[in-house]
Design a protein. Structure first.
Length: 483
């Protein structure tokens, strides 16, 4: 019995290196699966997925893209090498080679289609971004950029980077519009902020000059504003703004075009409002900055009007101040006068011994007297001769107590059966007359009032006053009040 010969080992199935390499081009280990190396396929797939995730999320740079590309080439070359390095002519049946090629192509085709589709959509997005960039259409650029997905970032380095920059520029431009609107309303601080932001966009995001110029054009198109003084404020700021060496410097070009008319209109506004100092300053600013302008004549005319108004106002102020001073003096004089007329000094107020002037007293015309002191005989004087209001009086009559004047008659009367003579005397009053306006003593006299005597009945006194009538009292006082 002969010993059985050992069965030869089954030869490994040959694989077409081109098919394996092509299958590995899918980047998901298809070639390794064809070679029966499942574990290696899983490892390569995990590494590939990690590289693509990193590339799409945190490493959108050219050098990392080259790393991914080299990894792809390495996987393809490794599959080629494991499959034998070259086609083994004569050992692989043609039908088997074709079958492996079909399998490899089926594995890599979805990857190629996905890659092509993503590159096609990136081209569409970039076309939309370019159109938005040409017209400065921020919403369109933002909508286009929002269509970029992580998958797009797996097949391109920073796809639609121009769109992302435009979105950044749009985000910076949005508050600028509000700042420029506030600046056009006269807020120069907001205007400064807006121009600084525009300068930042020009410096940090080149290629967006048309958007910046569009924002600047919208601002300049709103000049001049309805308020000429507000326009002057804006133009003064623009003229004082240091040049930045960029497209914003052209804003200063509108200053000489708009400033002369704005200065004249602002001056006219101040003039109409009675603010003549500011009106003159605006007219003078035009003459200082644009002496040869055709509005210079109007500015000089405005300065003349403002100067006249200023002079008139100065005269009025001085006159008002003088009037106020005089009123103060008159009020002080009146207060002193009333105090002296109300403060008793013996039988008469203090004024009668220490008169003071009252310059506001009426001068000329019919005299009206303020009568102080003894008023026993003055109540029946005509109303047009007397006044109780010191501000309407022209004279002050200080009347003393009654005394016996000249004797006019002696009559005999019976008192309890005894005959007695009673002598009747005129009523004597000492009267001092002061001119209220100057406090000057006009008359210091003794007035004697006549009257009837020897009535049917009298008192027991042997010296009696006559009984004066109203006309007799008036006759005694007429020379003092109505000379």
């Amino acid at each position: 019995m002969t010993q059985a010969e050992p069965r030869p080992k089954a030869a490994a199935r040959p694989h077409d290196p081109l098919a394996v390499a092509l299958a590995n081009a899918s980047l998901f280990g298809g070639g390794y699966l064809m070679l029966g190396r499942g574990q290696l396929a899983v490892v390569v797939t995990l590494i590939t997925a990690e590289l693509l995730i990193i590339f799409a999320s945190v490493a959108q740079t050219l050098w990392f893209g080259i790393v991914v590309l080299l990894w792809w080439v390495a996987v393809i070359a490794h599959g080629w090498y494991l499959a034998g390095g070259r086609p083994r002519r004569g050992r692989i049946r043609p039908d088997r080679s074709r079958r492996q090629g079909v399998i490899a192509f089926a594995l890599v085709l979805p990857v190629l289609l996905a890659f092509g589709f993503l590159r096609f959509t990136i081209a569409q997005i970039e076309g939309d971004v370019a159109a938005a960039h040409r017209t400065g259409d921020c919403p369109r650029a933002e909508a286009a950029t929002a269509r970029v997905s992580p998958a797009h970032r797996m097949v391109a380095v920073s796809p639609v980077a121009d769109g992302e920059n435009m979105v950044k520029a749009c985000a910076l431009l949005r508050p600028v519009a509000g700042d420029l609107d506030a600046g056009r309303a006269g807020d120069t601080a907001a205007l400064d902020t807006g121009f600084r932001q525009l300068s930042t966009i020009l410096a940090e995001l080149p290629g967006h000059e048309n958007m910046v110029q569009g924002a600047l054009d919208r601002f300049l198109d709103g000049l001049p504003t309805k308020d000429p003084c507000n326009t002057v404020k804006i133009l003064t700021w623009l003229a004082a703004r240091p040049p930045g060496g960029n497209g914003l410097d052209r804003a200063a070009q509108v200053v000489p075009q708009l400033a002369p008319a704005a200065l004249v209109d602002c001056g006219n506004t101040f003039l109409a409002a009675g603010d003549w100092e500011n009106a003159r300053a605006k007219y003078q600013q035009l003459l200082d900055q644009y002496p040869g302008h055709n509005l210079a004549a109007k500015a000089r005319e405005g300065i003349q009007q403002a100067n006249q108004k200023i002079e008139d106002a100065r005269i009025r102020r001085e006159r008002d101040a003088e009037d106020a001073r005089i009123r103060g003096e008159r009020e002080a004089e009146l207060a002193t006068l009333r105090r002296l007329l109300e403060s008793p000094d013996s039988d008469q107020p203090a004024y009668c011994s220490a008169p003071v002037p009252y310059a506001a007293a009426p001068s000329g015309g019919p005299n009206r007297a303020l009568i102080v002191g003894n008023k026993d005989y003055v109540d029946n004087l005509p109303a047009e001769w007397r006044t109780d209001d010191v501000t309407t009086a022209t004279r002050v009559l200080c009347v003393g107590n009654a005394e016996f004047g000249a004797a006019v008659a002696t009559c005999q009367y019976q008192f309890l059966g005894i005959s007695s003579n009673v002598t009747f005397y005129r009523v004597a009053l000492r009267v001092r007359v002061y001119e209220l306006r100057t406090g000057r003593l006009v008359t210091d006299t003794r007035v004697e009032i006549s009257g009837t005597s020897c009535p049917d009945r009298v008192g027991y006194d042997t010296k009696q006053y006559v009984s004066p009538s109203d006309s007799q009292i008036q006759a005694a006082f007429r020379p003092l009040i109505s000379p």
